[in-house]
Ligand binder design. Sequence first.
Ligand code: PAF
Length: 286
Amino acid sequence: MTADVVTTIPEIRRRIEVCRRSGRRIGFVPTMGALHAGHGALIERAVADSDFVVVSIFVNPTQFDRKDDYERYARSFPEDVALCSAMRADLVFAPEASEMYPASLDTSVNVARVSEGLCGQFRPGHFQGVATVVAKLFHIVQPGRSYFGEKDAQQLAVIRRMVADLNMPIEIITVPTVREPDGLALSSRNRGLNPTERASAPALYRSLLAAKHLVENGCTDAGQIRQTAASILGEESIVRLEYLEIVEPDDMTPLDRITGPVRIAIAAWLGSTRLIDNVLCVPQVR
Ligand code: PAF
């Protein structure tokens, strides 16, 4: 069966109202399209949990800090709808930018502390754009549950904080990162890698695994862990490290000393493609 595609807010509201009246549980997977197996895992989980699954496909202009990045962002709408259909999603919501933003916004959602470090530091306004569009989509789709990938760990922390702070009646479900056999985390941005860059890209995960190994074997010095990970990344001359941070997993504040579970997060450039990845590390109790 092909998933229905709806492009306007009045039409999706009508469809959602019918579902709510019949007591169906709505699961929601927000995306920017260019779907891959990582999105497939989100949809699969939503289908298992819900009676009616909505996938949004909307390349949100307000979360791009650079216009050229927005314009270059991969788009593959027919293939995306085919994947949603194959995964048994019920509805694809694919609004134009003019539908979501008919006028400039005077209202936005800023999730202060969690948005500040890591990607927030290098992509000004990014998380405000994300939080605002996700809040708008939540109001439109009114899901009981919404599904996000662990690969975008800071985005997840921002959304969780927004939902808690604004008392949104939505359960946020985290779905583990899906990886290529060589460890590269699936991302729509991987499509921008040329063969040389693609060959070097698994170094991000290799460096994260080395850092995780140190944490889980008793190393508590964040500086030493960062150094080890950075030296592994340094073996690939074309990889330009943007940040490698060890942070508290819920509020994403950087740590110097490790006393409990941490997330190690990395962002790096390969040519004109920026990749991010992260791993959760739980030190063994000795
Ligand atoms: O993760 C994404 O694809 C986007 O940031 C999201 C959550 C769909 C908001 O535009």
